[in-house]
Write a protein that binds this ligand. Structure first.
Ligand code: SF4
Length: 313
């Protein structure tokens, strides 16, 4: 498990991302580092990454957010949680902080978009459901197989918990999307695994999904090598990337090593087949697949001409 520390956040709480799909609304990271510790986590290698097994909670984030909103001429329509960490990490102080931030933003009529692989506490779930029309949720779910989850997302919520949360949020009127990112070649891309996952999502009542295959960066590959103890699983996975060429992605100064385009097309077509079977609206993460295109619309769509309440306290 991780070491938890505290720090004052010096830079703005509301930040903008260089990822094209996150450009429309500001984003907040509650922490540097993430307790879910996903083996493939893309945030490894980012400049703010605090190191392996460390989570730093920003203790001044709520006060700073209030001040920033006070100074803004226009409040944002919505805020996205979180580009480099998860809003619902299994650390009581993080969950307390995320609840306070959500409560504050929703009380100011500011919408919430979030992506999580975590367990949402009951009282926060109720808060979100009470403001369902102001909430857009993406639930990260890469497999129906909890054994794979245990290897690749060791401290994230169990798959059954995520599915239950998706069903609860969707039934309560929240706009929910399943985020199947990253698809792991050779592990989660067979017809059978895609079908099991598609069926499970279908039963939650969620009708939208986004997908992208795993890409590598040096820090991600190092993490896979360090953390996947079964050598044949590791070798099989890395073999897919053996002759892969680096491509620029839709983020400033950023490039990744993806699967070859034909391989990705082949995998995406299997997912599309399942999406047709389960009547699901399926999109590709275009930022990570600039050579294929598309958008996963990670923040959801927010009106730009809504009422802008001016009082923030
Ligand atoms: S939940 Fe997201 S931010 Fe957290 S470790 Fe996993 S991939 Fe990284």
């Amino acid at each position: 498990m991780v070491n938890v520390g505290w720090a004052e956040r010096k830079s703005s709480v509301l930040s903008s991302s260089s990822l094209a799909c996150l450009a429309s609304i500001p984003a907040i990271n509650l922490t540097a580092g993430c307790a879910h510790d996903c083996v493939y986590c893309y945030a490894r290698g980012y400049s703010g990454f605090p190191g392996e097994d460390k989570v730093v909670i920003y203790n001044n984030i709520l006060d700073k957010l209030k001040n920033e909103l006070l100074r803004r001429k226009n409040k944002p329509q919505a805020v996205y949680f979180s580009p480099s960490s998860d809003i619902f990490q299994p650390i009581p102080e993080v969950l307390e902080l995320s609840h306070s931030l959500l409560e504050f933003l929703l009380s100011r009529d500011i919408g919430i978009a979030f992506l999580t692989k975590g367990r949402i506490p009951e009282r926060t779930l109720r808060l979100l459901l009470n403001h369902a029309n102001k909430v857009k949720a993406q639930v990260g779910i890469i497999t129906y197989d909890d054994n794979i989850r245990r290897i690749f997302e060791p401290y994230a919520a169990r798959i059954d918990i995520r599915l239950k949360q998706m069903a609860t949020l969707a039934a309560g009127g929240v706009d929910v999307k399943a985020r199947v990112v990253p698809i792991l070649p050779g592990l989660t891309d067979s017809f059978d695994s895609i079908d099991r996952l598609g069926r499970a999502i279908f039963h939650t009542g969620v009708k939208k999904a986004a997908m992208s295959t795993l890409f590598l960066r040096p820090a991600i590959e190092a993490s896979l090598r360090r953390r996947i103890s079964d050598k044949s699983t590791l070798d099989n996975l890395l073999d897919f990337y053996r002759d892969a060429k680096r491509i620029a992605v839709h983020a400033e100064h950023s490039s990744v090593i993806p699967l070859s385009r034909p391989k990705r097309e082949e995998i995406y077509s299997r997912f599309r087949q399942a999406a047709r079977k389960y009547a699901m609206d399926l999109s590709i993460c275009g930022c990570m697949n600039p050579d294929i295109g598309g958008t996963c619309n990670i923040t959801g769509q927010w009106p730009t001409n809504g009422v802008q309440p001016s009082l923030f306290v």
